[in-house]
Design a protein around this ligand. Structure first.
Ligand code: ADP
Ligand code: MG
Length: 240
């Protein structure tokens, strides 16, 4: 579904991704962890070309993200993204936040888009919030709307960049629960998170990044109990 081959990324003189090789298969849940500034967000953002890679090959569903001729809008339809800050449109009702892209980009008729939006709102557990404005919702509810909005494009992959980091502790669980449900249903997911409980329970694979490199990747059972690399051990020890 997603393949990085020798991907590098520079911001000016600074190299923030170094020779990234990573394959994510359909239906896999891959959790990316690592210290702040290690390149996790940049790696995610390269997948839908919010950042241009400097060198190497990156494909999504067989289509090159890096090639000039690739239709980037078509590619982005395949990729849902949820950010730390929910980025909802504040002046639009919840329902309109969700129907906007399906109507504009997929040319879905309004009635169909609304029906779909309501079904995703039910899926994330807040069917009664369709007519509310984002400011009337808690952070956890806003993030669930953001997830519903991503799902409404029926993407092949969902990317999550620290989706619970801006939330009050009591709201983290409700967002993680929605993500767990998606994972169980077979959604291909790449998740940057500090929630190690979620990583242990849900991830098929953990990818540990440090200083722009993938230091280690392993299934959670192995990763958390017997990490191979010293840098991984140090990172995990600091979490305890
Ligand atoms: P993480 O998500 O792991 O905290 P990021 O991918 O956000 O790391 O950042 C990796 C490195 O790239 C950091 O050193 C950061 O300062 C730098 N960086 C990120 N975005 C930009 C940018 N737009 N311009 C310059 N440097 C950036
Ligand atoms: Mg980040």
């Amino acid at each position: 579904m997603i393949e990085f081959r020798g991907v590098t990324k520079h911001f000016g003189q600074t190299q923030v991704l170094k020779d990234i090789n990573l394959t994510i298969r359909k239906g896999e849940v891959v959790v990316i962890i690592g210290p702040s500034g290690s390149g996790k967000s940049t790696l995610l953002r390269c997948i839908n070309r919010l950042e241009e890679v400097t060198d190497g090959e990156l494909t999504v569903n067989g289509a090159s993200v890096t090639a000039k001729r690739t239709d980037i809008n078509k590619l982005r339809k395949e990729i849902g993204m949820v950010f730390q800050h929910f980025n909802l449109y504040p002046h639009m009702r919840v329902l309109d936040n969700i129907t906007l892209a399906p109507m504009k980009v997929l040319k879905m008729p309004p009635a169909e888009a609304q029906q779909l939006a309501r079904s995703y709102l039910a899926k994330v557990g807040i069917p009664e919030k369709a007519d509310a404005y984002p400011s009337q919702l808690s952070g956890g509810q806003q993030q669930r709307v953001a997830i519903a909005r991503g799902l409404a494009m029926k993407p092949a992959v969902m990317l999550f960049d620290e989706p619970t980091s801006a939330l009050d502790p009591e709201m983290i669980g409700e967002v993680l629960d929605v993500m767990k449900t998606l994972a169980r249903e077979g959604m291909t997911m790449v998740v940057v998170t500090h929630e190690m409980g979620f990583a242990k329970e849900v991830a098929d694979r953990i990818v540990f990044m440090d200083q722009g490199q993938i230091v280690e990747e392993a299934p959670p059972s192995q990763f958390f109990t017997s990490p191979r690399e010293t840098r991984t051990q140090q990172f995990l020890n600091r979490l305890l």
